[in-house]
Design a protein around this ligand. Structure first.
Ligand SMILES: C[S@@+](CC[C@H](N)C(=O)[O-])C[C@H]1O[C@@H](n2cnc3c(N)ncnc32)[C@H](O)[C@@H]1O
Length: 218
């Protein structure tokens, strides 16, 4: 039988987190402030996923990146750290309130001048950008109903050899529940199928957090 991922108990997950690079002081402050938002705090990516984003960004030598879905700025901070000095990150979000928190923490981390925040519906922002490869890495983590539309706008804007990451592709296992016909579930399924058939990329789904697709543009 094919080897299955090792199931993660709470203890094993804590062990996993304890054996990677931990969040630094600014990231810890950001996690703490985001936690005060209550239920909404669950929107933030996990520290292990953040560390993965930083490492991947650095490993592929990305200098320019794009994020759709910024919230309070944790994933953006992870990506910009991987870009290093001189790297540029464009962030798309619709919420002035949540991104105000992001801006403060980016300033504390000394990376505010590397990040351009574009407020407004991300689809409009993406469509306003030149239709040419400008980003070495893109991360999609926003409203599910637009996932496929984001994908189609982003693929042409990523450089050959660049990476496209999509968060929550397992959607808390709802993607395999035949009784689940919610719009959002169907939207995630539709993007997963689209990526599977898309010969502009090679891709794999990684069992991190709620599932992360990693695609490399050919
Ligand atoms: C899951 S959160 C992103 C979490 C973030 N990546 C992090 O690590 O903290 C999703 C974000 O998408 C934003 N969003 C939702 N619909 C949007 C839209 N149509 N255009 C732009 N942003 C949108 C929300 O405001 C929210 O901040």
């Amino acid at each position: 039988m094919t080897l299955r991922p090792t199931p993660l108990s709470d203890e094993l997950y804590d062990y996993l987190c304890a054996h990677g690079t931990p969040p630094d002081a600014v990231q810890q402050d950001l996690i703490a402030e985001t936690a005060t938002l209550g239920h909404e705090a669950r929107l933030q990516i996990s520290p292990d996923e953040g560390a993965f984003l930083t490492l991947l960004t650095r490993l592929i030598g990305a200098k320019t990146a794009l994020e759709v879905g910024t919230f309070t700025g944790y994933s953006a901070l992870a990506i910009v750290r991987g870009l290093g000095a001189g790297g540029r990150l464009t962030c798309c979000d619709i919420s002035e309130e949540w991104t105000r928190i992001a801006r403060r923490h980016w300033a504390a981390a000394g990376v505010a001048d590397q990040i351009e925040l574009r407020l407004g519906p991300a689809l409009d922002t993406l469509r306003s950008m030149p239709d040419e490869p400008a980003f070495d890495l893109a991360f999609i983590d926003a409203d599910y109903l637009n996932y496929s539309a984001y994908w189609e706008e982003i693929v042409p804007r990523v450089t050959p050899g660049g990476a496209i990451l999509v968060d929550n592709v397992l959607y808390h296992a709802r993607v395999i529940d035949p009784a689940d016909s919610a719009d959002t579930t169907q939207a995630v399924r539709e993007l997963n199928e689209r990526i599977r058939r898309d010969d502009r990329v090679e891709a794999t789904m990684i069992a991190i957090a709620d599932g992360l697709t990693l695609a490399r543009k050919k």
